[in-house]
Design a protein around this ligand. Structure first.
Ligand SMILES: *[C@@H]1O[C@H](CO)[C@@H](O)[C@H](O)[C@H]1NC(C)=O
Ligand SMILES: *[C@@H]1O[C@H](CO)[C@@H](O)[C@H](O)[C@H]1NC(C)=O
Ligand SMILES: *[C@@H]1O[C@H](CO)[C@@H](O)[C@H](O)[C@H]1NC(C)=O
Ligand SMILES: *[C@@H]1O[C@H](CO)[C@@H](O)[C@H](O)[C@H]1NC(C)=O
Ligand SMILES: *[C@@H]1O[C@H](CO)[C@@H](O)[C@H](O)[C@H]1NC(C)=O
Ligand SMILES: *[C@@H]1O[C@H](CO)[C@@H](O)[C@H](O)[C@H]1NC(C)=O
Ligand SMILES: *[C@@H]1O[C@H](CO)[C@@H](O)[C@H](O)[C@H]1NC(C)=O
Ligand SMILES: *[C@@H]1O[C@H](CO)[C@@H](O)[C@H](O)[C@H]1NC(C)=O
Ligand SMILES: *[C@@H]1O[C@H](CO)[C@@H](O)[C@H](O)[C@H]1NC(C)=O
Ligand SMILES: *[C@@H]1O[C@H](CO)[C@@H](O)[C@H](O)[C@H]1NC(C)=O
Length: 439
C-alpha cells in the first residue's frame, strides 16, 4: 500500500512537472512503460466439448420434431442438429433416415409458449430436458417420454408442479427443481420410485413433510435447501456412502445431528444451516477429514467446538455462527488464515484465547478470562484510538473481509502520511534536478 502511494505520488509529480522538464519526464515515462508493458488481450480459448453425435451432413431432424420445436418457438431455419445450435438448445442423435433430439433446453420462453402433450409426444426421444425461466403450464406426460428421460431440470419454470407429476420420471439419474412450488405431502412421494438418481436438487420449492428414510445409495448430490421440511435427519442417512454434497439449509429440521453422519465418508460439502438442530457437534464428524465446506450456522447447537475441526486439511469454509456454542475457540491464527470463510459470531458463551489470537482478528466474540469464560466487553471509550473497539463489533463477516480490512484504522493514517512525505521528497528532488538540467 505504501509502495502504491509513493508510485501515485511519483506519477503526480511527473505530470505536474512535465511542461517544465519534458526530457526527464519522458525518459521516466518510457522506463515506466517498459516496466509495465500492456498486457495482451486475454482471449478465452474455446474448449471443444465432446459431442456424442458425429456431425452428419446427409440426414436431418425428424419433421415431427421440427414441428414440435416450432411450436416451442425455437427457430428451425437453421438445422437444429448442427452444432453449436441456437443457444445450445438442441442436441441430436445420429439415427437414419431422420435424426432425433436427445437433449432440449428451453430458456426465457415467452408466456404464450405451451408444452403441449402433442409436442412432448413428438419429443419422446429426449433423454435430457431442461427448462429455465419458462412459465409454460405443465401438461400430461406421454409414457414414452417418461421412460426416455434420464435428466430433468426445471428452474423457475412450469409455474407449479405436483409430486405425483414428478414421480412419473422413474428413469431419472438427475433431477433439479428450483424456484418452483412443488405440492407434495413429502419428498418420498416424488422419490420413492426414482431408484437411479445420482443427483437430486429440490430447492426453494415450498416442499413440506419430512426427510425420506429410504434414499438411494448412488446419490452423490442431495440439496433440499430452502423448503419447509420438518423432523430430524433419519439415522438411515448412513447408506449414502457416495454422497459428496448434502445441503439441508433453511428448513425447519430439528433434533440432534445424528452420529451416523460420520458414515458419509465421501462428503465434501455439508450445510445444515438455518434449521433448529440442537445438541452437540457430533464427534463422528471427525471421520470426514476431506470436508471442504462446513456450515452449521443459525441452529441451536451447544457444547464446545471440537478441536478435530482444525485437522480438516482441505477445509475452505467454516461457519458456526449463531448457535449456543461455548468455551474456548480451539483454533490458532494459521488455521483461521487458511480459510476463505470463517464465522463464529453470535455464540454468546464462546471466547478466544488472547495468547493464541490477537484482538486485531475480528471474530465477533469476546476474549476469554483465565477460566475460559468470555470477558464482558469493556465500555467503549471515546478516545480517538478506534482500533481497539473493533474487537467487540458484532459483525460476523470477519472472514470475507479480514484480509483487506485487517488494520483499517491505522492504515489510512499511515498511508496519508506516506503519500504526503513521498510527494514532498519527490517534489524537492525534481525541483533540484530540473533546476540543474533545464538551466
Ligand atoms: C454453447 O456451448 C459452447 C460449448 O459448451 C459454449 O462455448 C458456448 O458459449 C455456448 N453458447 C451459448 C449461446 O450458450
Ligand atoms: C435469458 O435472459 C437473461 C436475462 O434476460 C440473459 O442473461 C440470458 O442470456 C438469456 N438466455 C438465453 C438462453 O436466451
Ligand atoms: C426405464 O427405461 C427402460 C429402458 O432403458 C425401460 O424399459 C423402462 O420401461 C423405463 N422405466 C419407466 C418407468 O418408464
Ligand atoms: C407454500 O405452501 C403454503 C401452504 O402449504 C401455501 O399457503 C403457500 O401459498 C405456498 N407458497 C407458494 C409460493 O406456493
Ligand atoms: C449404483 O451404481 C452402480 C454402478 O454405477 C450400478 O451398478 C448400480 O446398479 C446402481 N444402483 C442403483 C440402485 O441404481
Ligand atoms: C446450500 O444451499 C443454499 C441455498 O440454496 C446455498 O446458498 C448454499 O451455498 C449451499 N451450500 C452448500 C455447501 O452447498
Ligand atoms: C463445494 O462447495 C464449493 C464452494 O464452497 C464448490 O466450489 C464445490 O463445487 C462444491 N463441491 C461439491 C462436491 O459440491
Ligand atoms: C445442550 O442442550 C440440550 C437441550 O437441547 C441439553 O439437554 C444439554 O444438556 C445441553 N448440553 C450442554 C453441554 O449444554
Ligand atoms: C495451529 O493449529 C494446527 C492444527 O491444530 C497445528 O497443526 C499448527 O501447528 C498450529 N500452528 C501454530 C503456529 O501453532
Ligand atoms: C491460552 O493459551 C495459553 C498458551 O497456550 C495457555 O497456557 C492457557 O491456559 C490458555 N488459556 C485458556 C483460558 O485456555
Amino acid at each position: 500500500m505504501r509502495g502504491g502511494g509513493a508510485a501515485a505520488a511519483l506519477v503526480l509529480t511527473l505530470v505536474l512537472f512535465s511542461p517544465i522538464c519534458a526530457r526527464v519526464s519522458q525518459a521516466e515515462a518510457e522506463a515506466e512503460a517498459e516496466a509495465h508493458p500492456p498486457s495482451p488481450a486475454s482471449s478465452p480459448t474455446p474448449t471443444p466439448t465432446p459431442i456424442p453425435s458425429v456431425p452428419s451432413t446427409s440426414s436431418t431432424l425428424d419433421p415431427k420434431q421440427v414441428k414440435a420445436l416450432e411450436s416451442l418457438n425455437i427457430p428451425t431455419t437453421k438445422d437444429p442438429c448442427a452444432q453449436p445450435s441456437f443457444h445450445n438448445a438442441t442436441l441430436c442423435d445420429n439415427s437414419k433416415p431422420f435424426r432425433h433430439l436427445i437433449s432440449l433446453r428451453l430458456s426465457n420462453c415467452s408466456s404464450y409458449v405451451s408444452l403441449s402433450f402433442t409436442a412432448l409426444k413428438a419429443l419422446s426421444t429426449l433423454r435430457s430436458l431442461a427448462l429455465q425461466d419458462c412459465p409454460a403450464a405443465p401438461s400430461r406426460l406421454p409414457p414414452q417420454l417418461t421412460a426416455s428421460l434420464t435428466a430433468f431440470s426445471c428452474v423457475n419454470s412450469l409455474r407449479r408442479l405436483s409430486g405425483v407429476w414428478l414421480s412419473q420420471l422413474q428413469n431419472l439419474t438427475l433431477l433439479t427443481v428450483s424456484h418452483v412450488p412443488v405440492r407434495a405431502s413429502g419428498p418420498f412421494v416424488i422419490l420413492s420410485r426414482m431408484s437411479k438418481l445420482t443427483s437430486l436438487t429440490i430447492s426453494d420449492a415450498n416442499l413440506t413433510g419430512s426427510l425420506p428414510s429410504h434414499l438411494h445409495s448412488n446419490l452423490t448430490h442431495l440439496d433440499l435447501s430452502l423448503n419447509r421440511l420438518k423432523g430430524s435427519i433419519p439415522p438411515s442417512v448412513t447408506i449414502l456412502q457416495n454422497l459428496l454434497t448434502l445441503n439441508l439449509s433453511s428448513n425447519s429440521l430439528s433434533g440432534q445431528i445424528p452420529p451416523s453422519i460420520g458414515d458419509l465418508i465421501s462428503l465434501r460439502n455439508l450445510s445444515l444451516s438455518s434449521n433448529s438442530f440442537s445438541g452437540p457437534i457430533p464427534d463422528p464428524l471427525s471421520s470426514l477429514p476431506d470436508l471442504l465446506h462446513l456450515d452449521l450456522s443459525s441452529n441451536q447447537l451447544n457444547g464446545s467446538i471440537p478441536s478435530f475441526i482444525s485437522h480438516f486439511k482441505s477445509l475452505t469454509h467454516l461457519n458456526l455462527a449463531n448457535n449456543n456454542l461455548r468455551g474456548v475457540l480451539p483454533f490458532n491464527l494459521s488455521f483461521i488464515n487458511r480459510l476463505q470463510v470463517f464465522k463464529v459470531a453470535g455464540n454468546s458463551n464462546l471466547c478466544y484465547n488472547r495468547s493464541l489470537l490477537s484482538s486485531k482478528v475480528k471474530l465477533g466474540i469476546s476474549p476469554c478470562d483465565k477460566y475460559g469464560m468470555p470477558l464482558s466487553p469493556p465500555a467503549k471509550d471515546s478516545s480517538a484510538d478506534d482500533s481497539s473497539d473493533d474487537d467487540y463489533d458484532d459483525t460476523d463477516d470477519y472472514a470475507t473481509r479480514h484480509k483487506k480490512d485487517h488494520h483499517h484504522g491505522p492504515n489510512k493514517f499511515v498511508l496519508g502520511v506516506a503519500i504526503a512525505l513521498s510527494s514532498i521528497v519527490f517534489l524537492i528532488v525534481f525541483m533540484i534536478l530540473c533546476s540543474k538540467c533545464c538551466r
